[in-house]
Design a protein around this ligand. Structure first.
Ligand code: ADP
Ligand code: MG
Ligand code: MG
Length: 213
């Protein structure tokens, strides 16, 4: 039985921040092809800010909802790009789902994960197939729910989510962007992976490793 507490969530943000630093140049290159080449910097800045803000909280007395709202605020303040409000909304929605809980079990965690994906969808209004981070987050959220229902636990759920995100990001190569900056390119966006979908894979994989090893 998995029990996630505030310290686990703080470690998760630290792990995502590390992963974003390691992935920064690749994400900027992907964004350079169909956007404005800042996506890696935005994600590194955002998750570094979130990591620092949640690390400054008292892990002994802070509840998960407060930690996630703190992450959301600091991410939004740090990031000027479109990914700022999208991930801030994700963490705010995740915070809302776990309100009142001091520790989170695997069902709570999957509910939080699915709320994050729904938050990105509500904020950005992108459907799957529009070549955005939704093409990674939406199948990941579905896969996490299905795996949980099949009894795989949090490790299996996040593994299924990471797999689905990876396939979703890969599939964006064959899509024409109709949302975000890349939409201006129209058909010229074909053949290239969406940077936001690529970074979503990195986020989800870092969450998986940090929370379930
Ligand atoms: P910007 O385009 O402002 O420089 P980023 O480079 O940080 O922002 O992020 C670009 C990514 O944001 C895109 O690759 C795409 O995945 C995602 N994105 C853009 N618009 C939307 C939207 N409306 N809904 C979901 N994701 C979006
Ligand atoms: Mg950009
Ligand atoms: Mg930009």
């Amino acid at each position: 039985m998995t029990t996630i507490d505030t310290a686990h969530l703080a470690a998760m943000f630290a792990a995502i921040a590390d992963a974003m630093s390691a992935d920064r140049d690749r994400l900027c290159s992907l964004d350079g092809v169909i956007g404005d080449a800042d996506h890696g910097i935005a994600m590194e800045l955002g998750f570094s800010a979130a990591r620092d803000a949640v690390a400054a909280l008292d892990a002994g007395t802070t509840e998960p909802t407060t930690l996630l709202n703190t992450a959301a605020r600091s991410f939004l303040n740090a990031v000027g790009a479109s990914s700022g409000p999208l991930y801030a909304t994700a963490f705010m929605r995740g915070a809302a789902v776990v309100k009142g809980k001091t520790t989170l079990d695997e069902a709570d965690m999957v509910a939080m994960f699915q709320a994050m994906a729904k938050g990105i969808q509500d904020r950005g209004k992108a459907e799957t197939g529009e070549k955005t981070m939704m093409d990674a987050w939406a199948p990941a959220a579905t896969a996490a729910g299905e795996a949980l229902a099949a009894g795989t636990g949090l490790a299996g759920s996040l593994a299924a989510a990471a797999e689905a995100a990876k396939a979703g990001a890969e599939a964006t190569k064959a899509m024409i962007a109709t949302k975000g900056r890349a939409a201006r390119l129209g058909e010229r966006s074909l053949g290239h992976m969406d940077p936001g979908a690529a970074s979503a894979v990195t986020v989800i994989e870092a969450m998986r490793i940090a929370l379930t090893g």
